[in-house]
Structures are given as C-alpha cells and as structure tokens.
Design a protein. Structure first.
Length: 156
C-alpha cells in the first residue's frame, strides 16, 4: 500500500513502488481524465501537476511522489487559474477529439502559474511537446492568451 496525496486527498493505493503514476491514477484511484498517449513522456496526454509543476505521469514511478501534492485534470475545477484556462478553452472551441486536452490544459495552467504574462514565443516553447493530433495549436495559443488576459484583468 502506498499513500498518495491525490487531488487534495490522502489515498491508500494498492500499488507497487515502481508502478507508473499514470496507472495508479487511472486504474487504481479511478481518475480517468489523465490519458495514456505514448508511454514515454513525449506526447503530453498524461500531464499532471506535482506540487504545481507540469510533469508527465507515464514515466514517473508512484514511489517518487509520496509526500507530494499530485493534481489531475479531474480536480482542476477547484483551481482558480485552472477554471480560467478551462473557460478559455471552451470560449475558443479548442477541443476537437479532446484526447490531448487534459494534458494541454494542465500544461497551460502550470505555465500561467509560473508566468502570468507569457509572450507568444514563451507559450509556444512551454507547450512544445504537448501533441495535438487534430492540430488545434493556434486555438490553444489563443486560449492561453485569453486566460492570461483575464487573469491580468482580475488582478487590476
């Protein structure tokens, strides 16, 4: 048994130390918003937050995150910045098939937490490696810019 702080709750999970975090989240804890894409940390579909930073959960053993705060797209509605990002996604009709969107939104939220006023180049660099098979990259960038703008307006 491993205790994992997942989406603000301490959960006892029946998992081996070397189980990839993605499978512990999906198959053991039952949070299915985080998707399996490539299994090598290259596509971004499995992006989650560990202590607020975007990471690829498919390549991280569960034992390495014990004692840390793990958050998934399933709980992003409780994050004020995540709420703004999700609304920007809806406003801009970003999702087509939707498969990559959880990872894209988690990455975008982490970006705006670390850099609330990213330039277009900074957005492109940060989001590089989050693959969208439908090619909605321009809408993703527009949604991030909109979310950043709304967050700046809220601060003013």
């Amino acid at each position: 048994m491993i205790t994992l702080n997942l989406n603000g709750k301490d959960l006892q999970l029946d998992a081996t130390d070397d189980m990839p975090l993605l499978w512990a989240i999906r198959d053991v804890a039952g949070y299915t918003g985080t998707k399996f894409g490539c299994g090598m940390g290259l596509c971004g579909a499995c992006t989650i937050h560990i202590n607020g930073e975007a990471v690829r959960s498919c390549v991280i053993p569960i034992s390495s995150v014990v004692g840390q705060a793990v958050s998934t797209i399933d709980n992003l509605h409780s994050d004020p910045i995540g709420q703004v990002v999700q609304q920007a996604w809806l406003d801009n009709g970003v999702a087509q098939c939707g498969f990559c969107q959880g990872g894209q939104i988690m990455s975008a939220t982490a970006l705006l937490k670390s850099n609330p006023k990213p330039s277009e180049v900074q957005i492109e660099e940060f989001m590089a490696g989050n693959i969208c098979r439908c090619g909605t990259y321009n809408r993703i960038k527009t949604a991030i810019q909109q979310a950043a703008s709304h967050l700046q307006e809220a601060k003013a």
